[in-house]
Write a new protein. Structure first.
Ligand SMILES: [Zn+2]
Ligand SMILES: [Zn+2]
Length: 286
């Protein structure tokens, strides 16, 4: 049996936060790390977690919001500098354009490094960008591991795909950003681990709103993300074993987020922190 686990690289949101880096997580299929999302700071977080950035050759992007992709330039070029010679990126429509824009912005820079003698493999060559046309199974081999990957469309203001990784012994699901939807309940069915958007965990700013502008933003955010309670309801109805809440604004009330989720969900609830690793084994309850 191959062990699967998760490293939470970035449990933050679009709001810059020294405690929480922008969204990015690693799923380890045995020794093989696969990256999901690439927010600002991802490459440094990989290094802090002891995962060589160049060892990542498969990257999934759930959607093209800035908080999930601003680290891509450094991941691509920095990882190439560290010796990555092949890369595959799977994401929504627009990923190709984003990747090509990065190559054209840094054309002279890449030319210079190639002239120095570095192989163009891993940046201009041997990079495959796969755009997801429609939800369902992605026909993909992850380095010959028996892992099937399924996607489902989420409720968010740009095309967003949740991901289900299914192996012989384990299932790990990542929601991306989403408001509550039956699609994530179905996709998360019987998962060992569900990494779930809980962006609407209450923080200092939104605890007592008096400013009408803030109130409007908070009200509108309800259409795009989940509260800890909604996240827990998804996990409970999906029969998930372990719920990992993430995508937090700065200074959330972690205890309150835990309480709100644990009241709904009978499995194990984790309010994730950066660089935390989570395995598929359940906590033994005495
Ligand atoms: Zn988003
Ligand atoms: Zn986001």
């Amino acid at each position: 049996m191959i062990d699967w686990k998760v490293t939470m690289l970035g449990t933050g949101s679009p709001r810059p936060d020294v405690e929480r880096s922008a969204p990015s997580q690693v799923i380890h299929f045995g020794d093989l790390p696969v990256l999901i999302d690439c927010g600002e700071g991802t490459t440094a977080q990989l290094q802090r977690a002891g995962i060589p950035p160049q060892s990542i050759t498969t990257l999934f992007i759930t959607h093209l919001h800035s908080d999930h992709i601003l680290g891509y330039g450094q991941f691509l070029l920095g990882g190439w500098g560290l010796g990555r010679r092949k890369l595959r990126v799977i994401g929504p429509k627009g990923m190709k354009h984003y990747h090509e824009t990065m190559l054209s912005l840094f054309k002279d820079d890449i030319d210079y490094r190639v002239e120095l003698g570095r192989s163009p493999k891993g940046v201009r060559e041997e990079v495959e960008i796969i755009e997801i046309d429609e939800p369902g199974e992605i026909d993909l081999k992850i380095d010959d591991l028996p892992v099937r990957v399924y996607t489902a469309e989420m409720i968010h203001n740009v095309p967003t795909y949740a991901l289900r990784f299914e192996g012989e012994d384990h299932v790990i699901v990542h929601s991306g950003d989403t408001a509550p939807t039956e699609n994530i309940v179905e996709l998360a069915k019987d998962a060992d681990i569900l990494i779930q958007d809980a962006c609407l965990a209450v923080n200092e700013t939104y605890k007592n709103i008096t400013d009408p502008e803030l109130q409007e933003i908070w009200d509108n955010l309800q259409k795009e993300h989940c509260t800890p309670q909604q996240a827990a309801d998804i996990a409970e109805r999906g029969g998930v074993k372990k719920l990992v809440l993430t995508h937090f604004l700065p200074n959330i009330d972690e205890e309150r987020a835990y309480r709100e989720a644990a009241a709904e969900f009978k499995g194990e609830t984790i309010v994730a922190k950066d660089l935390q690793t989570i395995n598929t084994a359940l906590k033994t309850v005495n």
